[in-house]
Design a protein around this ligand. Structure first.
Ligand SMILES: Cc1ncc(COP(=O)(O)O)c(C=O)c1O
Length: 351
């Protein structure tokens, strides 16, 4: 069959999302948690499976999970949507607000899905370079947004892969614009402790996404959520697929939310390891780590990044090679793991 006439020209240069997984002992390439589900929750889940009705569709609105989130976040149920990972919700947001005159904007470098999902949704997308401290340049943002009638702005806070939290004044300047909706992706919020959640009353155009994939250690079950004004939530629900979150994931996330003590312990360990690894990196000749608020560290090397990547892999440690011309030249990203994981990484780097 000749598929050519059916193909979308605008997707010709898009390659399906793929991350290589060569054999490794330490997985430090995707900002996941090194801690799997605690045995008590695993046990509770196993028991609950016995009662789950696999032949019936799950609750289409994930009511129990949303109720639990509302209690924790002190927001109304009408302000929450849950999704099959926050990726899905970012995509839903693009679909819900795509209009011919809309422009998607994000800083660069940032989370690659913002650009990919905009391309898939056929919206004009523009990346604005971060300044040399990896912060937003307010004048450049103002000039860019002024040139468009409808703006959809995507900010990862803290930013992946730089690890930085943008200046709140710069974000507020964007939020104050009546022509702009801002999706603030707080996937790494738990590690930074900084959020703009309380600003939602002042800025109804602020849409916050969070995920269970990082601090909560539930990447394998794909659960994310949006907190936004009910009118925005209504629009998201129009494009969200029914039953988007399966029964098992709804249950696991609900159970995890009831165990904040576990999360706090893990966060404390990751934060102290982050500081230890950062200082150790600084002490290695030819390695330059960037300050971070997330569970990963971006670092530049004097040696070519592909060589460093391979040396680490030979040592059993898989990191992300972000090397490309521009601000990420010779840069790699390491996800903070257990103290043992981090030691292996540092030993591999010291060679
Ligand atoms: C900034 C950012 N947002 C969202 C995600 C994906 O989250 P989820 O697993 O909830 O789709 C990631 C994953 O790396 C990320 O870095």
């Amino acid at each position: 069959m000749n598929l050519r006439p059916f193909l979308r020209d605008d997707l010709t240069d898009l390659t399906p999302y793929h991350v290589g997984q060569p054999p490794h002992r330490v997985k430090a390439d995707a900002n996941e948690s090194p801690f799997d589900l605690p045995p008590e929750i695993r046990h509770e889940l196993t028991e609950a499976i016995a009662q789950l009705q696999f032949n019936r569709y799950p609750d289409p609105s994930s009511d129990l999970l949303r109720a639990q989130l509302c209690e924790q976040l002190r927001v109304d149920k009408a302000e929450i949507v849950v999704g099959n990972g926050s990726d899905e919700l970012i995509g839903n947001f693009m679909l819900a607000f795509r209009k011919p005159e809309a422009c998607v904007s994000f800083p660069t470098p940032t989370f690659s899905m913002f650009g990919i999902l905009a391309q898939v949704a056929q919206i004009e997308a523009v990346g604005l370079p971060l300044d040399d401290r990896f912060d937003l340049d307010p004048a450049a943002w103002k000039a860019h947004l002024d040139a468009h009638v409808i703006n959809l702005v995507f900010l990862s806070y803290p930013n992946n892969p730089t690890g930085t939290n943008f200046s709140t004044d710069a974000i507020r300047e964007i939020l104050a614009r009546p022509d702009t909706l801002v999706l603030l992706d707080e996937a790494y919020y738990e590690f930074s402790g900084h959020s703009l959640m309380t600003e939602r009353e002042r800025y109804p155009n602020l849409v916050i996404t969070r995920t269970f994939s990082k601090a909560y250690g539930l990447a394998g079950l794909r659960v994310g959520y949006v907190v936004a004004h009910p009118e925005i939530v209504d629009e998201l629900n129009k494009v969200r697929l029914p039953y988007n979150l399966n029964r098992f994931s709804q249950l696991a996330a609900t159970l995890l939310l009831k165990r904040p003590d576990r999360l706090a312990q893990h966060l404390q360990l990751i934060r102290s390891e982050r500081e230890r690894v950062f200082n150790a990196l600084k002490a290695i000749e030819g390695i330059y780590p960037f300050p971070t608020d997330a569970n990963f560290i971006l670092f530049r090397t004097d040696s070519p990044a592909p060589d460093v990547f391979q040396r680490l892999l030979d040592h059993g440690v898989l990191v992300r090679n972000l090397d490309r011309p521009g601000p990420l030249k010779n840069c790699l990203r390491i996800t903070i793991g257990t103290p043992e994981d981090n030691e292996m990484f540092l030993a591999g780097l010291r060679g």
